[in-house]
Ligand binder design. Sequence first.
Ligand code: ADP
Ligand code: MG
Length: 678
Amino acid sequence: MLLTDSVRKIKGVGEKAEQCLNKMNIYSIADLLEHYPRDYDEFKPIQPITSVSEGEIAAVEGSLCARPQMKVRGSLKILSAVLQDRDGVIPVTWFNMPFLRNQLRLGTHYIMRGKVSKKRGRLILDQPKIYTKQEFFRQVGKMRPIYPLTFGITNNAVTKVLETALGETEDLAEYLPAEVRKRQNLIGYKKALRQIHFPVNRTEMREARRRLVFDELFLYQLALSYIKKNGRGRSSHVAELKPEAERFLAELPFSLTKAQKKVYEEILHDMGDGYVMNRLVQGDVGSGKTIVAVLALYQVVLNGGQGAFMVPTEVLASQHYKSLCGFLSARGVRIGILTGSLTAKEKREGREKIAAGEWDIVVGTHAIIQDNVEFADLALVITDEQHRFGVRQRESLFQKGREPHVLAMSATPIPRTLALILYGDMDLSVIDERPADRLPIKNCVVNTDYRPNAYRFMAEQIQEGHQVYIICPMVEESEESDLENVAIYTEELKSIFPPTVRIEGLHGKMKPVQKDEIMERFAAGGTDILVSTTVIEVGIDVPNSTVIMIENAERFGLAQLHQLRGRVGRGSAQSYCILMTGQESKEARERLSVLAGSNDGFYIAEEDLKIRGQGDLFGIRQSGSQLFALADIFDDAEILRQAGEEAKAFTEDEIVLLYKKNHRLKDRVETYLGKVTL
Ligand code: ADP
Ligand code: MG
């Protein structure tokens, strides 16, 4: 089996399994091998009952100190008992395992291992497995991978498929040059793949992770310098400043901030000087990046070219589409939208309009970079929320036009030193100021006891005509449970708030049309409370919303919380962010207090870096961005730097990559860049 083969080739993968894998964007063997565990179930030794904490999988040993009780709830049979060791007791429950009742004996010693959860404020052991001493000690220290899943496929199934694939893929030969491996002290490629999926212990996992993170960052930087070299030459799209653009600017309902003006001028200069623009605009959430993009697009259209505006989510695509229409349709600009969820016919018609030049601006998701999309005269490519896109996607859109200008926008506050590496091929602009009418968001960190007060406060804000976001508690199992979760939480809220308060739920698994309708209603003020998962994390702009409450705030990264919080404070009214924590650890409190104490994304990013540096990060997928599968530019800053040094040696001299001994590496970079050939 080869890396490029379809997963269908793997023994045991039938049509149904293939569909499930496809849903997770796994098509080839290579995709599968890069489907890294999101965590591991580490079989830890027995611990004292008093030391277990919520959320972990713990093993405890003790005697049964209460007779097992059975309760029946509808079709559910709940068996409960209590286990006691030297210092503590913990209630234990099982669902639908009535037969256990006759096997459990009061006073007898047991080893039990299961998930610790919280019910009515008390820790309990949920659905534990019971082990004999011998069985238990055979397992201690072992680690099992826990994969991101989708409905219809189990962790066991994914594990099995991966085991088979690892055993049978033939082309896993080493591609890093031996000197690099030696200098960087990296384990072999094949070994790393095996160990990231099936480590025997933490050390193996870390070794493997380090190697694979190095690879990602090394290839990224090689690819980047390739792009840079084949760089942006002269441009045939010289955009002159047109009087219509001046008029448009004068007729805006607000005047640009100084920072927006400066960036707009930089863009005008870049697009007018006869060379291709390649610019990254960084600006904190709410700093007003969209209008700058609109201005740049209008400029290009006035000069007779086409513009493409690429965003990471469908919800954001339709928001930008509407706002572009609002700004520019009346001025004769023809705008279209192209996303993955359109029907085949709609897509085809869209493509025809793009090819015929009947659309001046196209807004869309990655659908606009697909092979069959041809532009009549693409002059400007904008990517919003740049950190969500890989260098490959940036490059593909670039190749759609005759050297179009490129403008990338990002709200991710990346310290400058890192930004220079990650976006080393681009010029940098910063919007370091918010519109003048903004009041700083007021933040508070509270525990669940505060919930009734929070609801009361929301009701007051709604009374005053404002709107509210509630980010639903996260459920770990799979995305599918988001659906249930949002639905249940929404119903609960409906019974708490008076019927005049209009509440709706939104989650990632909904059909795009449905998401659109819900977002549209909320944006138009037709809904008072939007209960949502993190699908609204990026870009959503409803300035009338003044409260966001984030449940289980302790489970999010600071950067993500900052993005979520950025959904409010987008208008002139005072806004509030309520960070609700389910469980109070010292570290969580410390992290959240950083957020509560500042609304400055750059400051938060740096603090985040410091705090993270101290902790032992076990979860291996920290990044949440799609730029890298494993690497986290903050945690892995040191590897990023080293990979950069190594990459430099390979790019200063172009022919090094053409040496025979480096042919595998060359292939790898080419694959990385998509269809580009070096
Ligand atoms: P982000 O930088 O997070 O993408 P947006 O571009 O969505 O922010 O802008 C946030 C809100 O601020 C929008 O409703 C936008 O219309 C408004 N806005 C942008 N620039 C200004 C300005 N100079 N003065 C007042 N409001 C502005
Ligand atoms: Mg935005």
